[in-house]
Design a protein around this ligand. Structure first.
Ligand SMILES: [Zn+2]
Ligand SMILES: [Zn+2]
Length: 342
């Protein structure tokens, strides 16, 4: 099969790789679309802990079941699905506690920039007929963002600032709005991303590090700051600038991926005086089913900046370097996509 192979640091190419094998208890999925995640770029640039190149990457998959091991019940060839990259053991203390993202025996299925990929059935979520593959390919990142909203314990009527207008930031704006936030601000250096946020749920938008954001946050509500900041840039400097935006009892959620071993310089006296909470957001918790129910209510097609044919996957690095793209997807060309947006 053809696949997008991370060849070496900074290089992603389309190559012929061995056909994935359908193991016992597995389901084969023909990939309709696979989205690029911020973590994919971190990985290609060699800034992510874990295995190195060469290997096939990609995990934000929507597609069609093309083969089912006879031992698997509940899935049939031809069913449309979206995928969770993580497989959970179901038996460790974290799985039993309903927090499978911390599973001690977590497995990964992250070779989605390919014509086909295999999954365990519990990693697959069936798509309603009316949901297109473009929105469906947002299931995984949207599930991560919904987990962030859960961890923030965001209550209706609270106020929110989102740092970063990439796909996570845009999803957080829309989810915060849906969760009943009274006002939602977004900061990003790119005017196109600010426009997008403004068109799809943000009340006000600001440049990165704009002092007007601090002012707006202070005036956001009666408490003198916003209740929740979602940090979705992956920049430690951006995260460090969050405490002054927050009201007392405010929560700072770290939603992106961050460089390993580097310190986050927070104003400890502000954290102390205002009883701020700083919280990491690791993957999805149990948010996939609820996210699937929310996908039709979100405005996701506008977030798709480009759909590349698999053969041209290498172009993604240039597109990403431009800083203006939100979500880039790859279409391996093996599944027909009616109603394709591009
Ligand atoms: Zn992702
Ligand atoms: Zn487990």
């Amino acid at each position: 099969v053809r696949a997008g192979v991370w060849r070496e640091i900074g290089e992603l190419v389309c190559e012929e790789v061995p056909e994935p094998e359908l193991g016992p208890g597995e389901v084969m999925v023909d990939v309709a679309l696979c989205g690029f995640c911020g973590s994919d770029f971190h990985m290609i640039e060699g800034r992510f802990p874990g295995g190195g190149p060469p290997r096939v990457i990609g995990h934000e998959v929507a597609g069609v079941v093309s083969a089912v091991d006879p031992g698997v019940r509940g899935f049939e060839v031809g069913e449309r699905v979206a995928c969770n990259l993580f497989g959970y053991c179901g038996a460790c203390p974290w799985c039993l506690a309903g927090q499978p993202n911390h599973c001690r025996r977590k497995s990964f299925s992250a070779s989605g920039f390919a014509e086909r990929a295999t999954y365990r059935p519990e990693q697959l979520f069936k798509l309603p007929d009316e949901l297109g593959f473009e929105p469906a390919a947002f299931l995984e990142p949207a599930a991560a963002c919904l987990h962030a909203v859960d961890l923030a314990a965001l209550e209706p009527g609270e106020t929110v600032a989102v740092l970063g207008g990439g796909a996570l930031g845009q999803l957080l704006v829309q989810l915060a709005r849906r969760a009943g936030a009274a006002s939602v601000f977004l900061a990003d250096p790119d005017p196109g991303k600010r426009e997008l946020a403004l068109a799809h749920g943000a009340d006000r938008v600001f440049g990165a590090g704009d002092p007007e954001l601090t002012e707006a946050a202070r005036g956001a509500g009666p408490r003198g700051g916003v209740d929740v900041v979602f940090e979705a840039t992956g920049s430690l400097a951006a995260a460090a600038a969050a405490p002054p935006l927050l009201a007392s009892r405010g929560r700072l959620l770290l939603v992106a991926t961050y460089p390993r071993g580097e310190a986050l310089p927070l104003d400890a006296s502000l954290v102390f005086e205002r009883e701020l909470a700083v919280r990491g957001v690791q993957a999805h918790g149990r948010t996939f089913p609820r996210t699937l129910a929310l996908l039709p209510l979100l405005e996701l097609e506008p977030l798709v900046s480009a759909v590349l044919p698999l053969a041209e996957i290498g172009r993604v690095l240039d597109l990403h370097a431009g800083g203006a793209s939100v979500k880039i997807m790859v279409d391996p060309g093996v599944v027909e996509r009616p109603g394709s947006v591009r």
